[in-house]
Ligand binder design. Structure first.
Ligand code: BYC
Length: 331
């Protein structure tokens, strides 16, 4: 029998085959793994990495859209965008909490983000140049996020799966909010339609990159599928996204910036062109148009919030000491 540690994680050295097989049997039986359950160290680390990076993506993802809150074209648009950006902040917080159940602190995760060790989604390293970009982000970026996140509601790790249920409901509102902006622009003046087309041209390929490298280059893919952290591979989800999104773009009367995009009758799916993988890896490694600015903004927010964290800790300590003193006096 294996002893259960605080976070249920076992060290690499004491993971024998019987333990790994018993764990895999639980996964295969679709049992949810909970924070105090024994788990292989690799499973724990994979989740900390993915959930942490997912949380960072939500928080960094507030920046490109936050940039347009003061310039939204009407009160209705402003209220909707404000609510959406607040939702993303909330998603980041649920996700940091889910990762904390695996024994890592929010401070550690933030330090990894600021030092460049932890990644966040490549998509947020592109600038938002016009109001149409807000439509394109909601439609395409949140659309891609939903495609990726719906299967995560069935992820084998309970706290991540449960966080995803609410996140997906909110993402669905975000996607519709973006599509409605695109529809308004596409049916507007020729200049407005041109803005919508320009935004689609700039956001299409980066949205396809959100799903990660080809399966053949995905280092973590096979193991994450086996552990049912991921339920579909990167390429499977990318294809589902293309198939769902192309008819939506056609309905808008817009065209996609891909000469190789066409319906394949035999496969019952769209064929599409090759992603510029050099661009993908450049952006992932910090060389995208907005990487530097995003990290500078997050570093400033973390430093500016230092006094709030200190005050909250001091307040908690004061309350704890007061409770102790009252307890002692009563004894
Ligand atoms: N960007 O082995 P692979 C949102 C990295 S936010 C950057 O296939 P995995 C929203 C990958 O991390 C939604 N890096 O990895 C917010 C790995 O590097 P490390 C964000 C990427 O984990 C605000 C390496 O490449 N969603 O919706 O099996 C406003 C090899 O990849 C990217 C999530 O985070 C990328 N695009 O699969 C609006 C979803 N792709 O870690 C909207 C949760 C890959 O070894 N995450 N890399 O240094 C996942 O589903 C998976 O982690 C991924 C990658 C599919 C992204």
């Amino acid at each position: 029998m294996y002893s259960q540690g605080l976070i249920g994680a076992k060290t690499d050295t004491d993971e024998d085959e019987a333990f790994l097989a018993a764990f895999q049997a639980r996964i295969d039986a679709e049992e949810k793994i909970e924070p105090n359950d024994p788990m292989p160290e690799g499973y724990r680390k994979t989740l900390v990495r993915q959930i942490g990076q997912h949380a960072h993506s939500e928080i960094v993802g507030m920046l490109p859209e936050g940039n347009w809150i003061t310039r939204a074209p009407s009160l209705r648009r402003k209220a909707a965008l404000l609510a959406k950006v607040q939702d993303e902040g909330g998603h980041g917080l649920y996700l940091y909490s889910a990762a904390e159940t695996l024994g890592v602190s929010r401070e550690q995760m933030t330090e990894e983000l600021l030092s460049g060790k932890a990644k966040y989604s490549s998509i947020f390293n592109y600038p938002t140049l016009t109001w149409a970009d807000i439509g394109a982000i909601g439609w395409l970026v949140d659309g891609a996020a939903i495609m990726n996140q719906i299967p995560l509601c069935r992820c084998s790790y309970g706290p991540y799966a449960r966080a995803m249920i609410r996140v997906c409901k909110e993402e669905s509102f975000h996607q519709r909010q973006g599509y409605e902006i695109m529809m308004t622009l596409a049916r507007g003046t020729p200049e407005q339609k041109e803005m919508a087309q320009d935004a689609l041209n700039r956001w299409w390929w980066p949205s396809l990159m959100m799903f990660g490298p080809h399966d053949s280059d995905s280092q973590h893919g096979d193991q994450s599928m086996k552990w049912k952290i991921k339920r579909f591979t990167n390429d499977e989800l990318r294809q589902k996204f293309v198939d769902a999104t192309v008819p939506q773009g056609e309905y808008l009367g817009l065209s996609f910036p891909d000469p190789d995009l066409r319906w394949n009758e035999e496969r019952g799916s769209y064929d599409f062109g090759e992603i510029d993988w050099d661009e993908f890896w450049r952006v992932v490694k910090g060389g995208g148009p907005m990487n530097r600015e995003r990290i500078v903004a997050r570093r400033k927010a973390w430093e500016d919030g230092q006094w709030v964290r200190e005050a909250a800790l001091a307040h908690a300590e004061k309350r704890r000491a007061r409770r102790e003193a009252t307890k002692l006096a009563a004894e």
